[in-house]
Design a protein around this ligand. Structure first.
Ligand SMILES: NC(=O)c1ccc[n+]([C@@H]2O[C@H](COP(=O)([O-])OP(=O)(O)OC[C@H]3O[C@@H](n4cnc5c(N)ncnc54)[C@H](O)[C@@H]3O)[C@@H](O)[C@H]2O)c1
Ligand SMILES: [Zn+2]
Ligand SMILES: [Zn+2]
Length: 374
């Protein structure tokens, strides 16, 4: 079938992208779903920094690539051997498809699925196939999804069925920002009621972590960013204190207010300077967790002795260490009860044609989450 898709044609283009136009809206051919695959109509897809990192070259991927991974849609057709999804079901896309039999999958850590990681790097679906093409020229898939498209074919294992009462533009956020941010707090770091928390970097992921920390019952939730408008917004969500990490003495300021640092700090900017703040504001015996995905050449260093003498813990969190089919319905239920108001993170809904401008707005840090409706 013919579909419309946003394809990244060049990596590392100069911003503003509205002028350099690294993403081109193309009409492509989409093959029918193969065994274990599903055809989805995409209703809403969020602009995540991980898309931006492919555009600006921080996270190099094979080109041309049909971008997008944070999405919600409707099942249109199921391929052979898909028995647990029906036409008309509402689904959220997951950015790591899981094979179910590699070592991490066996250990109940699907975020680390080896097949999922390999096929994501190769720009294919879990089956190894590419389904989008222009004549004989096949287009790479972004994270097994390619969500900035009117229709996509994904692995069944890239999908979680959701409650159909949730509007698509809100449901989409659960696929990446919410799963990553809330999951980092409750699954990776395991924040408990009464803990003190700081979040450094207040984009879709960091603001979700902030909401997750509040929902988990943290007594103190400190929000840190370089953008004053993000700090003001974090206050409206319930941050107890806000700090600008452009202040040279920001670490001392936070340590003073928290009497030596927080029990749990999260780095959700994807930048080494943010990681430095997060690590140093973690108190003795505390845990620093990062969800950031900076360029592979960017290294973070710290005095090794602090890990030992202060018994600090350093953790990475991918996909919020979630089991998506377990956690997405849970997080949606909390949202429905008003205990995880992630709809507040939705800054704007724009047409697919404005996607380059949308990424300019994400680059400038002026928005939380923008969603496109392909
Ligand atoms: N681990 C995962 O599974 C996963 C999933 C999604 C996104 N990510 C990564 O998480 C990071 C955040 O993603 P996002 O979509 O929320 O990004 P975003 O662009 O929406 O937000 C980043 C925020 O960090 C702030 N920031 C930048 N430098 C800072 C600094 N030095 N100190 C404090 N704040 C700073 C920016 O002002 C912005 O508000 C990215 O690296 C992204 O690739 C990881
Ligand atoms: Zn993402
Ligand atoms: Zn696996």
């Amino acid at each position: 079938m013919k579909v419309t898709s946003a394809v990244l044609e060049k990596m590392g283009a100069q911003s503003p992208y509205e002028e350099s136009k690294p993403i081109v809206i193309r009409e492509l051919e989409l093959d029918a779903p193969g065994r274990g695959e599903v055809l989805i109509e995409i209703k809403a897809a969020g602009l995540c920094h991980s898309d931006l990192s492919v555009i600006n070259g921080s996270r190099p991927r094979p080109l041309p690539m049909a971008l997008g991974h944070e999405a919600a849609g409707v099942v249109v057709e199921t391929g052979e051997d898909v028995h647990d999804l029906q036409v008309g079901d509402h689904v959220v896309c997951i950015f790591v498809a899981t094979c179910g039999h590699c070592a991490p999958c066996q250990e109940g850590r699907p975020a680390l699925c080896e097949e999922g990681a390999k096929t994501n790097s190769n720009g294919t679906l879990l089956s190894g196939a590419k389904r989008l093409h222009d004549g004989n020229h096949y287009i790479n898939h972004h994270l097994g999804v390619s969500a900035f498209s009117s229709y996509v074919v994904t692995s069944r294992n890239s999908l979680v069925k959701i409650d159909p009462s949730i509007p698509f533009e809100k449901a989409a956020l659960f696929g990446c920002a919410v799963m990553t941010g809330v999951g980092a707090v409750v699954n990776t770091a395991k924040v408990k009621m009464g803990n003190s928390v700081a979040v450094v970097g207040l984009g879709g992921v960091g603001l979700s972590a902030l909401l997750g920390a509040i929902a988990a019952g943290a007594r103190e939730v400190i929000a840190v960013d370089i953008n004053p408008s993000k700090l003001a917004f974090a206050k409206t969500l319930g941050a107890t204190h806000v700090f600008n990490s452009r202040d040279e003495d920001v670490i001392d300021q936070i340590k003073k207010v928290t009497d030596g640092g927080v029990e749990f700090a999260f780095e959700t900017a994807g930048a080494v300077p943010a990681m430095k703040v997060a690590y140093h504001i973690t108190r003795r015996g505390g845990t620093t967790t990062t969800t950031g995905l900076p360029h592979p050449d960017h290294e973070f260093s710290f005095p090794q002795v602090t890990l030992t003498a202060d018994e600090k813990v350093l953790k990475g969190s991918y996909l919020g260490s979630c089991v998506p089919s377990r956690d997405i319905p849970r997080f949606i239920e909390l949202y429905k009860q008003g205990r995880l108001p992630v709809d507040k993170l939705l800054s704007d809904v724009i047409p697919l044609e404005k996607i380059n401008e949308g990424f300019d707005r994400l680059t400038n840090g002026e928005v939380n989450r923008i969603v496109v409706t392909p």
